[in-house]
Design a protein around this ligand. Structure first.
Ligand code: ADP
Ligand code: MG
Length: 744
C-alpha cells in the first residue's frame, strides 16, 4: 500500500516542491465501509433514498425557485450534489490593491466601491470606470456598453466587493478589463479573510449567484456524507483517491486548492470508472451468452483461399485473423471491431473469415453503406471466393426483379455462401439458409438497429458480428465509444507502399495552374486522378463554391485529349455505378466527384487526389479521401486546395501535410474537434462525461478501465447485496441505456 502511494502523482509533485505535502495521505480516504479489497463497496444502497429525495423536501422553496432549479436539471438532492461549479472565485489569497497588477496572473482583491465615472471617447461613445479602494490603493474596473450599464446599476458607492481579474498598471493607475466580481453583504465582507475558494455555478434567469451558492453549500454540508461510495478501497488506495463523500463536499466548498484538486481527480476517475463498469458489464453479459452455432477447426476453402493470394498477409493481418478465428470458435458470441487504416487490407481478412464460415457450414453476409462500395466488395469478394468454390451474390436497391429473385433464392437455398449488399440486405424478404457470420463495413454509417436487423437473419440470432472501420479510432475513444466490443487493429500497411506526398495550395490562379500541371504530368505517365468537391451544386448561400458539375465542365474543356468523368450524389445508382466502372476500367482518366467516393473505392492506378475547398472537409474525411490513392506501386500525390480561413481548418490541413498515419490523424482530430463532438455520447448511448476529459485525462481513463475490469472479474453479474450501491450508481448514471446492449 505504501508502495503505491509513493507512485501517485501527488508524491511526484511533492518532490518537485510545487505543492505542500499532505501531513497524512490517508486523511484523504474516508473510513472504509468494509475490509474486502474488491468486495462490497457500500452496503447502504438506502443512501440512494436520501440523495434521490426531491429538493423541495429539503427546504421550503417557492414554486418559481423550484422551476428555475429544474431548468438547470436540478430536481433531487443528488442532482444538486452532482451540479459541479462552472469555475471558482479564489478568495483564499487576497491581494492588497497596492500589490496588484504585477504578476500578470489572475489576482483577487477586496475593497469598497469608491467612485464611478463615465469617460467619453473620441468616437462619441463612452466607457465606465468603477473605482475600488481597500485602504492601500485604488483599482478601476473598466467596462463598456451593456456591462457598464449593469455594473453602474448594481454597484453602489460603499458596497463591499471582491474582484478576480487580470490587473494592469499604467499611467492611468491599476485597471482591469477582464474580471469577475461579486458584491458581498457586510457579514460576508467580515468573513472574507477566512479565505474561501468560492464556487461559481451556472445560473438561469432570476437566480442569483449568491442564492445558488448558499443553496448548494447547505445541501453539500448536509448531504455530502450520504453520497454512497462506488470505488473499492483497494482501488482508492492504489490511486490515492479521496472518498466520495469528501469529494462531494470539497467540490462545492473547497478548503484549499489541494483539496479541490483531489476532489476533481476523484470525480474524474469515478466518471470513467462508472462508464467502464457499464461497458464492461455489457460486454461480459454478451460474452456469457451461449452461442448455438459452432465453427469447425478445419477450413478447406479458407486454406485454399490463403494459398491463392498473390501476396503474404502482413503480420498485423495475421494477428487480426487469429483473433477473429479464435473468437468465432469459442462458445460465446463475437462482437468485434476490426480497425485498420485505409489500404491496410481488411477486405482480405474479412474474406478469410467468410470462407471459414462457409467451411463450417454457414453463410456470411457483408453490409456496406453505399451502393458503390457494396458493388466493389462484391467484385473483390467474388474474385477471391469463386475460385475456392464459394458463390457470392449482391443485393441492392432497385435491382431488376428477375435478378433480385435469383439472388434471394441463392441465399435462401444456401446455394450462395456469401451475400453482399447495402442496407437492402436487411429488408424482410431477404432470407438466409444458415447465416452464421455478419460483417458490417464502415459501421459509423449504420445505426445499431440496422446491425441488429442483419444479425437477426442469422441462425439463432447469429451472434457472430464483425464490424470493420477504416477510420482509425484513438485509443481513448476505442475504450469508450466501443468499450463493449473486442477489438483488433491492423496497424501495418502491406510492404512496398509509398506514402502519399501531400501538399497545400491556395485558391489562387497561380496555384490552380500548379495543380493543373501536376494533373497533366500524372495523366501523361498513364495514371488517373480524382478531383473532389465538397458540394453538388452551388447554392445562393455558398455562392463561391466551384461545384463539381462546373468543375467537370471546365476540366473537360481543358483536357480535350483525356476523358473526364463525373460522379455525384444526385445521380441515380446506375449512373453512379457506370461512372465508377468507367474509371476503374481506365476508360475515364479523371473522375470529378463529390464525396461519394470517400470510402473504400479501390483503383490502384489512381495516383493523384485533388481536393478543392479542402478546408471545408473534416480531418478524417480528408484522410479517407487521400486513402483513395497510394494503393498501387506508383508514387502518389494529394493536393489540398483551400485557404484554411480558421485556426481549426489550418490545423486540419497542416496535420494532413505532416502525417499519413491514420492513428495520428485520428488523435489530432480528437484534439481539434474536442471529445464531445467526436464521442457524440447522446447518439452513442453512453452517459455524459461532465468533468472528465477524454484526451486530457487519458491516464485516469486507462486506470479506471483496469479497475473496472478487476471489479467485473470478481463480480461478473454485479449481483449480490455487496453490489447494490454500484448497481444503483450505474442505473443513476446510465439510466435505461445500460439495457440497450450494443448488438441487441
Ligand atoms: P482496406 O479495405 O483495409 O482499405 P483493402 O482490403 O481494400 O484495404 O486492401 C487494399 C489493397 O491492398 C487491395 O488491393 C488488396 O488486394 C491489397 N492487399 C491486401 N493485403 C495485402 C498484403 N498483405 N500485401 C499486399 N497487398 C495487400
Ligand atoms: Mg476496404
Amino acid at each position: 500500500m505504501t508502495q503505491s502511494l509513493f507512485d501517485n502523482p501527488r508524491s511526484k509533485l511533492q518532490k518537485s516542491g510545487e505543492e505542500k505535502p499532505l501531513e497524512n495521505p490517508f486523511e484523504f480516504l474516508n473510513p472504509p465501509n468494509d475490509g474486502g479489497p474488491h468486495g462490497p463497496v457500500d452496503h447502504s444502497a438506502s443512501k440512494f433514498d436520501i440523495i434521490n429525495r426531491p429538493i423541495a423536501a429539503f427546504r421550503r422553496m417557492s414554486a418559481s425557485r423550484l422551476k428555475q432549479l429544474e431548468k438547470l436539471g436540478l430536481k433531487t438532492i443528488g442532482d444538486c450534489l452532482d451540479n459541479y461549479p462552472r469555475s471558482y472565485l479564489d478568495r483564499s489569497e487576497l491581494l492588497s490593491i497596492c500589490d496588484a497588477g504585477r504578476s500578470g496572473q489572475v489576482e483577487t482583491i477586496h475593497g469598497k466601491v469608491a467612485d464611478k465615472k463615465d469617460i467619453p471617447t473620441r468616437a462619441g461613445q463612452s466607457f465606465t470606470k468603477i473605482f475600488i479602494y481597500d485602504g492601500t490603493d485604488g483599482a478601476a474596473l473598466v467596462a463598456f456598453g451593456k456591462r457598464a450599464g449593469y455594473l453602474k446599476k448594481s454597484l453602489k458607492l460603499g458596497d463591499p466587493v471582491v474582484v478576480s481579474g487580470k490587473f494592469k498598471r499604467s499611467d492611468w493607475g491599476i485597471e482591469t478589463t477582464t474580471f469577475e466580481y461579486e458584491k458581498l453583504t457586510n457579514e460576508e465582507a467580515d468573513l472574507i479573510h477566512t479565505g474561501r475558494i468560492a464556487p461559481v455555478y451556472q445560473l438561469t434567469a432570476g437566480l442569483q449567484q449568491r442564492s445558488m451558492r448558499s443553496l448548494m453549500a447547505e445541501i453539500a454540508r448536509e448531504y455530502a456524507d450520504a453520497m454512497p461510495e462506488t470505488i473499492p478501497l483497494e482501488t482508492r488506495l492504489k490511486h490515492s483517491l479521496v472518498g466520495r463523500a469528501r469529494a462531494a463536499l470539497q467540490i462545492h466548498l473547497p478548503d484549499s486548492h489541494e483539496e479541490l484538486r483531489q476532489a476533481r481527480r476523484r470525480i474524474i476517475f469515478e466518471e470513467f470508472y462508472l462508464l467502464q463498469l457499464g461497458l464492461l458489464w455489457r460486454k461480459k453479459r454478451h460474452e456469457t451468452r451461449r452461442k448455438r452455432i459452432k465453427f469447425t477447426t478445419e477450413g478447406e476453402k479458407a486454406l485454399a483461399l490463403l494459398n491463392s493470394l498473390p501476396f503474404q498477409l502482413t503480420k498485423a493481418q495475421r494477428r487480426a485473423l487469429g483473433d477473429i478465428m479464435k473468437e468465432m470458435r469459442s462458445r460465446s458470441p463475437m462482437n468485434r471491431l476490426l480497425q485498420g487504416d485505409v489500404g491496410s487490407g481488411k477486405t482480405v481478412v474479412s474474406a478469410m473469415a467468410m470462407a471459414w464460415a462457409v467451411d463450417s457450414g454457414y453463410q456470411a453476409a457483408l453490409m456496406a453503406p453505399t451502393e458503390a462500395l457494396a458493388h466493389q466488395h462484391y467484385e473483390t469478394l467474388s474474385a477471391f471466393l469463386s475460385p475456392v468454390g464459394i458463390q457470392t451474390v449482391l443485393i441492392k436497391g432497385g435491382m431488376p426483379a428477375a435478378e433480385r429473385r435469383a439472388a434471394l433464392t441463392a441465399l435462401e437455398t444456401g446455394y450462395a455462401g456469401v451475400g453482399v449488399g447495402t442496407h437492402a440486405l436487411i429488408e424482410p424478404d431477404v432470407k438466409f439458409a444458415r447465416l452464421g457470420l455478419a460483417i458490417v463495413d464502415e459501421q459509423h454509417r449504420f445505426g445499431v438497429n440496422q446491425r441488429v436487423r442483419l444479425m437477426k437473419k442469422g441462425v439463432a440470432g447469429a451472434h457472430t458480428l464483425l464490424v470493420m472501420t477504416a477510420t482509425p479510432i484513438p485509443r481513448t475513444l476505442a475504450m469508450t465509444k466501443y468499450g463493449d466490443m473486442s477489438q483488433s487493429v491492423i496497424d501495418e500497411l502491406p510492404s512496398g507502399r509509398l506514402p502519399v506526398e501531400t501538399k497545400r495550395y491556395n485558391e489562387t490562379r497561380v496555384d490552380f495552374e500548379r495543380v493543373f500541371n501536376l494533373l497533366i504530368k500524372e495523366l501523361k505517365k498513364g495514371r488517373q486522378a480524382y478531383v473532389v468537391y465538397p458540394l453538388v451544386e452551388s447554392s445562393e448561400a455558398m455562392g463561391d463554391i466551384r461545384d463539381a458539375v462546373d468543375g467537370h465542365q471546365r476540366l473537360s474543356n481543358r483536357l480535350p485529349d483525356w476523358n473526364v468523368g463525373l460522379l455525384h450524389g444526385r445521380m441515380s445508382g446506375a449512373e453512379k455505378l457506370e461512372a465508377m466502372e468507367k474509371f476503374k476500367s481506365g476508360e475515364t482518366h479523371v473522375l470529378v466527384s463529390t464525396t461519394v467516393i470517400e470510402v473504400g473505392i479501390d483503383v490502384p492506378n489512381a495516383s493523384l487526389m485533388i481536393v478543392i475547398h479542402a478546408d471545408r472537409f473534416g480531418l478524417s474525411q480528408l484522410h479517407q479521401l487521400r486513402g483513395r490513392v497510394g494503393r498501387g506501386p506508383h508514387q502518389s500525390y494529394c493536393a489540398l486546395v483551400g485557404w484554411g480561413k480558421t485556426d481549426e481548418s489550418q490545423a486540419r490541413l497542416e496535420a494532413m501535410v505532416q502525417t499519413t498515419d491514420g492513428f495520428e490523424i485520428a488523435e489530432k482530430d480528437l484534439e481539434i474537434r474536442g471529445p464531445g463532438e467526436v464521442l457524440g455520447t447522446r447518439q452513442s448511448g453512453l452517459p455524459d462525461l461532465t468533468m472528465a476529459h477524454l484526451t486530457r485525462d487519458s491516464e485516469a481513463l486507462k486506470a479506471a478501465r483496469d479497475a473496472a475490469a478487476a471489479f467485473i472479474d470478481e463480480n461478473p453479474d454485479l449481483g449480490g447485496q455487496g453490489c447494490d450501491a454500484v448497481r444503483a450508481w450505474l442505473s443513476r448514471k446510465w439510466g435505461g441505456r445500460l439495457r440497450l446492449a450494443s448488438v441487441g
